[in-house]
Design a protein around this ligand. Sequence first.
Ligand code: GLY
Ligand code: MN
Ligand code: MN
Length: 440
Amino acid sequence: MIYIPKAEYTRRRKALMAQMEPNSIAILPAAAVAIRNRDVEHVYRQDSDFQYLSGFPEPEAVIVLMPGRQHGEYVLFCRERNVERELWDGLRAGTEGAIRDFGADDAFPITDIDDILPGLIEGRDRVYSAMGSNAEFDRHLMEWINVIRSKAHLGAQPPNEFVALDHLLHDMRLYKSAAELKVMREAARISCAAHVKAMQASRAGLHEFSLEAELDYEFRKGGAKMPAYGSIVAAGRNSCILHYQQNDALLKDGDLVLIDAGCEIDCYASDITRTWPVNGKFSPEQKAIYEIVLASQEAAFAEIAPDKHWNQAHEATVQVITAGLVKLGLLQGDVDELIASEAYKAFYMHRAGHWLGMDVHDVGEYKVGGEWRVLEVGMALTVEPGIYISPDNQNVAKKWRGIGVRIEDDVVVTKQGCEILTGGVPKTVADIEALMAAAR
Ligand code: GLY
Ligand code: MN
Ligand code: MN
């Protein structure tokens, strides 16, 4: 398996602390365990910010960073070892493991946090936290602050400033390191294999979930703990539902199937969409729509490079899709006017992509000072244009209705332009038909 190395977590903590104001403290909680039903838990997924700074995979933990502190800048509160609980739920790092394996300078039992943390906060001017994203933790934080305030008459100094940590941390997360790209390439590689498998397995008479099973098998076999988001397997008219997740309809001869799915490796997402004919052969209408979406994606790739801004790729897809729809007679009028009036949105109603990283819709600002962000080396994003012709669209001939096509790849900005991470799954009509024919 490919993981983020321990040294990188150290580097990230140091980089964050270097940006924090003097005499400040940052406090971040681990993700809570989510209950699925009664006493059954969801598979645990660490909070992305917490993971980014620690690699520590357990719940009930709190990271404390105190730049410049002589007795250690990185303190981790975590669960203690417990023979009885570990017999039922699995091993815990414990405070010793937190220091030995996860690089903490000091570690304390999470049960002692109310006694210890106010003392660590006391005397620091500023507290950095993800305010507003975890109501329960915000409440705890205020309790700890109030403990200090209650001792003010004894000379205790509560902090005066509370700062949102997101701004610093999320900007760091936007730029992917070499180690992060290695993990993202691995997630992409496994997800490509999964899409190929699903293409090969595609047959009329199966169900959408039959193809989802092929994806899950490849994800898990590749070492992914789970998909990066709920897989979308949408056949026929379901392909026009953008976030379709029912995945239980029949695959019918003559229909397209749209699959939007990617796995997660070491908390890094991949996000791929391919659309193909259930029976392995595109109809003329399906092909016509498909070729426009593919051309628009190619046009978008050409607009991804350092010094181009975030929206240029989107604008390129809008241009190609609108012109293509006019050419097919699905839109009537002047291309520029149809773009200005946003008439294309009846068919292409989402944006061409989003940042990609630990979260599938990753953190990072899209605008800076009111202007679209300029792309820089190391930023990772998706490119995912689509055309969706509603089954109920009375303005177009019947033969077009219910066709939905999206093509989505993951890229990272390089010095020269961009590297496509998800090139391992066929995309042209000819390549898809050839792959499917060979599997019959
Ligand atoms: N799978 C979610 C997206 O493509 O944005
Ligand atoms: Mn996406
Ligand atoms: Mn997607």
